[in-house]
Ligand binder design. Structure first.
Ligand SMILES: NC(=O)c1ccc[n+]([C@@H]2O[C@H](COP(=O)([O-])OP(=O)(O)OC[C@H]3O[C@@H](n4cnc5c(N)ncnc54)[C@H](OP(=O)(O)O)[C@@H]3O)[C@@H](O)[C@H]2O)c1
Length: 270
């Protein structure tokens, strides 16, 4: 898929992206060049990571080897963005830098890495179990092949969507804040079960399995959410009684506004 690849910051998310590619032999460990900040992380990767990749401390001379790789994944925390400095002269041409940093625009990336073509990516935490959602926005000058290389990086750990950079804030709001919102809903529903006398663990398991089952039903039967709602809501029954409470408490509006608010906050960072 690509020859050599550099990973600038090999933390949780980079690990989730690269490991499936190594596992499927889509890249070879000797072609992966990683750089991390601390000796502790370096030693941890050398000792515990199951693939024998090249890894360097950012302060070492050898860490410059990352700049000889045509394709680079930039995966440090946004606060460390300023520390990554492109050398004046690069040996390779048509360099591609794929950034997963939240809130750093293609324009800022282009200014900081003038000898690279840029793809800006938003991915979410379920990528760590191979169930991520990834949104890709490419700089104007990327070739079809370079767009494909970018997609290939994420395809084995997530579902990939390509669109204009304008959509990344709302994509991030829905897909990256979404897991916390769903966790809160699971917790609250499970507390409802607890209030009715169910043991905590059982109540939480039931809430999660119910959500999984509901999603499977919608997808497998290809029904809309409204159709599902009507299916389980009988006149004067328990479900309409529950839904009435939620409507009174404006839960629908609260959820809509939560995503709009996350999107606005994301725009403030960009
Ligand atoms: N966490 C999430 O839920 C999530 C989801 C989607 C996207 N993201 C994005 O993914 C990026 C990485 O997040 P993460 O959770 O994977 O972070 P992380 O686990 O903290 O990993 C960051 C990595 O960057 C390294 N690093 C720091 N400064 C460096 C430098 N100057 N040169 C080279 N490497 C350096 C760190 O090394 P040390 O360990 O030695 O400090 C570490 O390996 C962030 O920009 C974030 O916006 C995060």
């Amino acid at each position: 898929m690509t020859d050599k690849i550099a990973i600038i910051g090999f933390g949780n998310i980079a690990n989730a992206i690269i490991t499936p590619l190594l596992e499927k032999n889509l890249i070879q460990p000797e072609n992966v060049y990683c750089v991390v900040k601390s000796k502790k992380s370096l030693e941890n990767i050398r000792k515990n990571y199951k693939h024998n990749i090249n890894v360097y401390e950012s302060s070492s001379k050898d860490s410059n080897k990352i700049w000889d790789c045509q394709v680079k994944l930039l995966s440090v925390k946004p606060q460390h963005f300023k520390d990554i400095i492109e050398p004046d002269i690069l040996k390779t041409k048509d360099n591609l830098l794929v950034s997963i940093l939240a809130g750093i625009s293609i324009e800022s990336l282009t200014q900081k890495f003038p000898n690279h073509k840029i793809a800006r990516v938003v991915t979410n935490i379920p990528i760590t179990v191979g169930k991520g959602l990834t949104g890709i926005a490419c700089g104007e000058n990327l070739t079809k092949d370079e767009k494909q290389v970018t997609k290939n990086l994420f395809e084995n750990s997530s579902k990939v969507y390509e669109f204009s950079e304008d959509y990344l804030d709302i994509f991030l709001a829905l897909t990256s804040s979404g897991p916390a919102i769903i966790a809160l809903i699971i917790e609250a529903l499970s507390d409802g079960g607890l209030s009715g006398g169910l043991p905590k663990n059982l109540s939480e398991e039931l809430a999660m399995e119910m959500i999984l089952g509901t999603i499977c039903l919608i997808k497998e039967k290809k029904i809309t959410t409204s159709e599902l709602k009507n299916l389980v809501t009988s006149p004067g029954g328990t479900t309409i009684s529950a839904l009435r409470v939620l409507e009174k408490k404006s839960i629908r509006s609260a959820l809509i506004e939560s995503i709009v608010s996350a999107c606005n906050r994301s725009k403030e960072f960009s």
